[in-house]
Design a protein around this ligand. Structure first.
Ligand code: PGA
Length: 253
């Protein structure tokens, strides 16, 4: 059975004190208020990972993620952070291919395929992002564009490796814009993505793959979006920076 997941992507926000305070609030509210089997994931900036891990490591349902990683194992790559460093501080998931990484930092499909391999080799799970621009959606090519992103970044994996991947569909035009995809638009794309995975890996693996929606998801619209039969949760940016909003989104299941 696939997991229900709400992942908070803090992006480049919060210093150490702020991040630890936010984590404590989330852990406490989660414990007191959440009675579904949903998992929460906190994707904190690199310098905060170890501290955040200290607060979540004894919980059953809250996990730690990094927002990217190096494609290299170790060595003279100034400024980079390797997957073995991440796993050594308790990171269980790594977000890969966020549209901000693809756009601002020129991460190509080829680099993302390599990063996917390094994350899996280190025993962590990729949260692999895909999503189209407004221009692509208006051209009518969005289904093919997003399926092609999965093919390029993930479909070199064998079935066992692929079964560890979480997919996040994030239409670029909905990220941080306050403009959410409608529940129908999200469900429609998720269904296409699941069918695309089934074509390559078979129905059982496709049915077990969690596909999250991201893009201006908030407490007010989460329940409607998560009601889609192929929508298994969310990747949350802005609304993950407030414990109340983040936990209310988790409670939307
Ligand atoms: P948003 O960001 O929720 O602020 O739109 C989502 C994301 O970029 O993961």
């Amino acid at each position: 059975m696939r997991s229900k997941i709400v992942a908070g992507n803090w992006k480049m926000n919060k210093n150490l004190d702020e991040g630890l305070a936010l984590t404590s609030e989330i852990v406490n509210m989660f414990k007191d208020e959440v009675n579904s089997d949903a998992l929460a994931i906190i994707a904190a900036p690199f310098p905060l990972l170890s501290g955040v891990n200290g607060l979540i490591k004894d919980t059953d349902n809250v996990f730690l993620a990094a927002q990217t990683c190096s494609e290299y194992a170790s060595g003279a790559y100034t400024g980079e952070v390797s997957t073995s460093m991440l796993s050594s501080v308790g990171v269980a998931y790594v977000i890969l291919g966020h549209s901000e990484r693809r756009g601002y930092f020129h991460e190509s499909d080829e680099i993302l395929a390599k990063k996917t391999d390094t994350v899996l080799q280190a025993g962590m799970k990729p949260i692999f992002c895909c999503g189209e621009s407004l221009e692509t959606r208006e051209s009518g090519d969005h289904f093919k564009f997003v399926c092609d992103q999965l093919t390029a970044g993930l479909f070199h994996l064998d079935a066992d490796a692929f079964s560890k991947v979480v997919i996040a569909y994030e239409p670029i035009w909905a990220i941080g814009t306050g403009k959410t995809a409608s529940a129908e638009q999200a469900q429609e794309m998720h269904e296409k993505l699941r069918a695309h995975v089934a074509e390559k890996y078979g129905k059982d693996i496709a049915d077990d793959t969690s596909i999250l929606y991201g893009g201006s998801c908030k407490p007010g619209n989460a329940a409607e979006i998560f009601a889609g039969k192929d929508v298994d949760g969310g990747l949350i940016g802005g609304a993950s920076l407030k414990s109340r909003d983040f936990v209310d989104i988790i409670k939307a299941f």
